[in-house]
Design a protein around this ligand. Structure first.
Ligand code: ZN
Length: 260
């Protein structure tokens, strides 16, 4: 884990990149901004989290870091110990954590639930939508600190890194970390709430026939497993849905729960 602080004093803000080692956009964006000589009014921490997994271009080396929070300093698995270390670094910090996906090319944000944090930060970010996990995905970072996670674009793409740089700047602007004139452009953000996982049999091959965040009607075929069509039992909005992203799930089914 690489930790760099800008400014004097105990930071109340942090930016975390590459919790997943095959999502280099966060690390690259942080390196770019550390070289950019940012002019700041308030101290901030930049953290490149899973350097070991980054070196091998894998999601994790022993266990998924974003499924083992709060971690344990005495655990056998490297990422479980790292989760504990990372939480120690960012406790008390309003945090932006950068990810990327195999399912959606535009940036979107993920929070535990909509509240003052999301309301303060998210309208300033260049995001399409906000997703509320509602505690649905267990032991992820969003359950343990005030964090907005952003999915910056497609894994490994140059665009994801460019988006990550922009999102960090917007976050630092919204929190008053960056000094000087800050763009005040805000936008309305639609909010989706996760309802359930859409399971996947790791032995079968899948094709997904729907787009993320676009409503699937009851009865509509949304995927094919081997030769069999899978139809929606009830209407839903697909989130993080792709044939390749996860081993045991296609993604999530969400409801549209309002706007921010
Ligand atoms: Zn990730």
């Amino acid at each position: 884990m690489r930790v760099e602080q800008l400014g004097e004093g105990e930071p109340n803000f942090a930016v975390v990149g590459s919790i997943h080692g095959d999502e280099p956009c966060g690390a690259h964006a942080i390196e770019t901004l550390l070289d950019a000589d940012l002019s700041i009014d308030r101290p901030v921490k930049f953290i490149i989290a899973n350097e070991r997994a980054l070196d091998h271009n894998v999601r994790y080396t022993e266990t998924d870091l974003n499924r083992v929070f709060p971690g344990d300093p005495d655990a056998d698995a490297y990422e479980t110990r790292l989760a504990h270390e990372l939480l120690k670094e960012i406790r008390g910090c309003t945090t932006l954590s950068l990810h990327s996906t195999q399912s959606y090319s535009h940036p979107f944000a993920i929070v535990d639930e909509t509240g003052p944090l999301a309301e303060t930060i998210c309208p300033h970010l260049s995001i399409d939508v906000l997703v509320e996990t509602g505690g649905f995905v267990k032991n992820t970072l969003v359950g343990y600190v005030d964090v907005v996670e952003v999915e910056c674009g497609m894994q490994g793409s140059k665009q994801a890194t460019e988006n990550a740089i922009e999102l960090i700047r917007e976050f630092l602007g919204a929190t008053g970390v960056l000094s000087g004139p800050v763009e005040t452009e805000t936008s309305t953000v639609p909010v989706y709430q996760l309802q359930r996982q859409i399971p996947k049999d790791p032995e079968s091959s899948y094709a997904v026939h729907v787009d993320n965040f676009e409503r699937v009607d009851a009865g509509a075929p949304y995927a094919t497993s081997d030769e069999t069509e899978i139809r929606a039992e009830e209407p839903f909005y697909p989130v993080l849905m792709s044939s390749q992203g996860y081993e045991r799930q296609l993604g999530y089914a969400a409801d549209r729960s309002g706007t921010l």
